[in-house]
Design a protein around this ligand. Structure first.
Ligand SMILES: NC(=O)c1ccc[n+]([C@@H]2O[C@H](COP(=O)([O-])OP(=O)(O)OC[C@H]3O[C@@H](n4cnc5c(N)ncnc54)[C@H](OP(=O)(O)O)[C@@H]3O)[C@@H](O)[C@H]2O)c1
Length: 338
């Protein structure tokens, strides 16, 4: 008899209402070079909103179990897998090198069980919970690569973070504080601002009420072309759209604009004058590698990082969590425990 499991399945692109919790999906059979894991925690990212809607140029093989991030225990080990055994606690790097992203090009983490290539497994240190681990890959992994791997933030820098309340955003706030920066966290509500302060942000700006760029110029002075006075050292911008030019305007001479996404639009108005006049550096950052995820788990284990988790939901309520991300009412990460 086929053993079945619960899973959150996307049957066709459109709205979040197209997601369905099914109870009779066959538990995947283990195959060579792979393991099956019992998923203990998975997390949503804005990427899942894009997957549900459908993205130009990306053909998702539907139906698919969504969810890129997951952590769990190995329940079965396939032929040819030497380094892992049943019971091992693992975090999954969602990028399958042959097939693409889990939760998009192949079944992901919003299910009780998942088939994972052994190449994608990362051992979880003792003391790191499944919930904390599952909150890391796409959001905190990307933040870690952007700030640490690219060596873009150093102690004493003034770092202004747009979308600071989200997954990548809270990761950037925490890592920038850990690196010794002065953090200006920008978010869209009073409640989020209060929570960003509790998280360690030195300044908070509600950019729905206040022009963040003008605020930074008033606070730190107008950036100067001939000296390095005024403005901020770094702006982190994965929003794009009409936040792009204001981000250029508040950077000091030699400042750095870091970009890893464009939630509000990828083809914003540009103003090249600021880039040459102030000798600005634009650094793109994409994705993350296993070393980012291992470093993040070490930071959790040593007590230097505690991922911001807004809600932990059962699979039956998972779609509500994704709706919160779409509605911008999330502070940090939404975890699902299938
Ligand atoms: N390149 C990569 O490897 C990579 C990896 C991860 C993420 N990303 C990208 O980075 C972005 C953030 O991802 P995430 O998972 O951190 O998202 P998230 O958790 O939903 O956070 C995004 C935040 O941006 C703010 N925001 C500003 N304008 C927005 C808009 N028009 N629509 C929605 N939110 C808006 C929201 O906060 P307020 O409401 O407070 O403004 C929200 O909390 C996405 O564009 C994602 O695709 C790229």
């Amino acid at each position: 008899m086929t053993r079945t499991m619960k899973a959150l399945v996307l049957n066709q692109h459109g709205g979040i209402e197209n997601l369905e919790v099914v109870e009779d999906k066959p538990i995947p059979a283990v195959v060579e070079g792979h393991v099956v894991i019992r998923v203990r925690a998975s997390s949503f990212n804005y990427h899942d909103v894009f997957t549900v809607q459908g993205m130009p140029g990306i053909k998702v093989p539907l139906p698919v179990v969504i969810g890129l991030d997951m952590a769990g225990e190995i329940t079965e080990v396939g032929v040819g897998v030497a380094d892992w055994k049943v019971g091992d606690r693992v975090l999954v790097n969602p990028l399958n090198k042959k097939k693409g992203l889990m939760g998009e090009m192949l079944d992901g983490g919003m299910a009780e069980y998942c088939l994972v290539s052994a190449e994608q497994l990362i051992a979880m240190p003792l003391g790191v919970s499944f919930e904390d681990a599952a909150s890391l890959p796409v959001a905190y992994g990307t933040a870690h690569r952007m700030l640490v791997t690219h060596n873009t933030v150093k102690a004493g820098d003034r770092v202004l973070i747009l979308g600071a309340s989200g997954g990548v955003g809270t990761g950037c706030v925490m890592l920038a504080k850990h690196l010794g920066a002065e953090v200006i966290a920008c978010a869209g509500s009073a409640d989020k601002m209060e929570r960003l302060r509790e998280m360690g942000a030195d300044h908070v700006v509600n950019y729905r009420e206040t022009d963040f760029s003008k605020w930074a110029i008033e606070k730190f002075g107008k950036p100067q072309r001939r000296t390095y006075e005024g403005g901020v050292d770094v702006v982190i911008n994965f929003t794009g759209g009409d936040t792009w030019v204001p981000s250029l305007k508040c950077l000091k001479r030699g400042g750095r604009l870091l970009v890893c996404g464009a939630t509000a639009g990828f083809d914003p108005k540009e103003d090249l004058r600021y880039i040459w006049s102030f000798e600005l550096n634009i650094t793109g950052s994409n994705s993350f590698y296993d070393d980012n995820l291992s470093a993040l788990m070490d930071l959790i284990q040593s007590g230097h990082l505690k991922p911001a988790i807004d809600k932990v939901l059962p699979l039956s309520e998972a779609a509500t969590g994704l709706k919160m991300i779409q509605d911008r009412s999330v502070m940090g990460k939404i975890i699902v425990t299938p």
